[in-house]
Design a binder for this molecule. Structure first.
Ligand SMILES: C[S@@+](CC[C@H](N)C(=O)[O-])C[C@H]1O[C@@H](n2cnc3c(N)ncnc32)[C@H](O)[C@@H]1O
Length: 407
């Protein structure tokens, strides 16, 4: 007898908790294994390509089903021991059980598949560039806890896989930097000792900065990339894998310069990462940031590093090109929008300005490919796609597209 199904369970094509044997042949960009039964797709998190597994179905959707991994009948040679005791329960990492070079290969392939499915193109994608450090790389974590019950905090950690309101206690996070892990037990102890003060749950910040850990989101943090210094507000955005930033910014710089541009626009500039690391190679750099505090700190970083050829504009990227007076044919534009990508208004202004090349940096390749189609249809040719693994052991990947004006 199978367990009683939830009310909304659709009983086709599988029964609730039916166990089936499945051969896994690929990985989705959410990190789930994919297998097929007579052509019907079944997603199984933590099952790897090449494996035969037993899965227990818990949901049938319109064109696929979802199952839990019950048992591995035949393991992949790429399966490795995860580095974290709560891997598989904690929602933070999806790939700790997959050999690192295969993580890179799958991230590369997933971007290739986005081009195929979203843009109808067979595209070469360069092999994903690895992070120099693949454990203890994250410079920021933000664990949560729920409202204390009877003065006791239960878990302090991250969302449990597949849940919206259940946390996994995380005492040590092997992808976070060593100083964060060194500080974590005292942070847990401190929160638990003060549990009675919390009327509700909260999120806490642990930001590694200059060899120490900052917990105040309003404090000023510092990062250095090569010999460029960045000050920013600890709770705000800064790329959180410092071990890959030198080669990441170097690549963006090399591509921005490749057509001979003397001017650089860094749209969505944050604390100024691209504009400032590349400032010495351009005659003039203009950074644009919508966040007022962010823009002020970017301006501050210009002074901190004594650049006299960089200006920072506090504005929405949508409204910058009217203010940019550099010759478009000699200007390269770096864009690095949030996950949702660029707005149509921004893209229209960009192509109306018509820079010689656009280096599009994105942490969500799906919205990036969507925006690429607009740029392609507006006369930009895709020269190269280079993923960077800013987030080892997770499903996330940073993707850089190099687009050159062709008409
Ligand atoms: C993914 S971050 C990149 C920041 C920076 N390039 C870096 O690598 O550190 C995106 C940035 O875009 C800013 N932003 C979001 N919408 C914007 C808009 N419409 N115009 C300008 N900046 C925007 C955010 O505040 C954030 O700092």
């Amino acid at each position: 007898m199978h367990q009683r199904p939830p009310k909304k369970f659709v009983p086709k094509p599988f029964e609730y908790h039916q166990e089936i044997e499945l051969k896994i042949d690929s990985l989705t960009n959410l990190g789930s294994g994919v297998g097929r039964v007579d052509g019907w797709v079944v997603f199984v998190p933590y099952a790897l390509p090449g494996e035969t597994v037993i899965t227990r179905i818990f949901r049938n959707d319109k064109n696929h089903s979802q199952g839990d991994l019950v048992r591995i009948v035949e393991a992949s040679p790429d399966r490795v021991e995860p580095g974290c005791p709560v891997f598989g329960r904690c929602g933070g990492c999806q790939y700790q059980h997959l050999a690192y070079d295969k993580q890179l290969a799958w991230k590369t392939r997933q971007i290739r598949e986005l081009f195929k499915h979203m843009a109808g193109e067979e595209r070469e994608v360069n092999f994903c560039e690895s992070s120099d450090q693949i454990w203890n790389y994250r410079s920021k974590i933000t664990p949560h806890f729920d409202k204390p019950k009877d003065g006791v905090i239960a878990e302090i950690g991250f969302l449990e896989v597949g849940r919206r309101n259940s946390l996994v206690n995380v005492e040590n996070c092997p992808i976070a930097m060593k100083e964060i892990n060194d500080a974590l037990p005292a942070v847990h102890a401190d929160l638990r000792a003060n549990a009675k003060q919390f009327k509700r749950g909260a999120t806490v910040l642990l930001r590694a900065t200059a060899g120490r850990v900052e917990r105040n989101p309003k404090a000023i943090a510092r990062e250095e990339v090569g010999d460029v210094k960045f000050d920013f507000v600890a709770g705000e955005f800064f790329q959180n894998n410092p071990f890959i930033l030198p080669k990441f910014t170097e690549y963006v710089g090399e591509k921005a310069l490749a057509g001979g541009a003397g001017y650089l626009v860094d749209a969505y500039c944050g604390a100024g990462l691209f504009g400032l690391t590349l400032a010495t190679r351009f005659k003039k750099v203009m950074g644009v940031e919508v966040n007022e505090a962010g823009a002020a700190w970017a301006g501050n970083n210009v002074k901190l590093n004594n650049f006299d050829n960089v200006s920072i504009l506090q504005a929405s990227a949508e409204a910058i090109f009217e203010k940019i007076d550099t010759p478009a044919a000699e200007t390269a534009v770096v864009i690095d929008p949030p996950r949702k990508g660029c707005t149509p208004e921004f893209l229209e202004q960009l192509v109306n300005f018509g820079p010689e090349r656009v280096i599009y940096v994105s942490c969500d390749p799906a919205t990036q490919v969507r925006d690429y189609k607009f740029l392609r249809d507006s006369g930009y040719m895709l020269e190269e796609v280079q993923p960077f693994d800013l987030f080892p052991h997770t499903r996330h990947v940073e993707s850089v597209m190099v687009l050159v004006k062709s008409v």
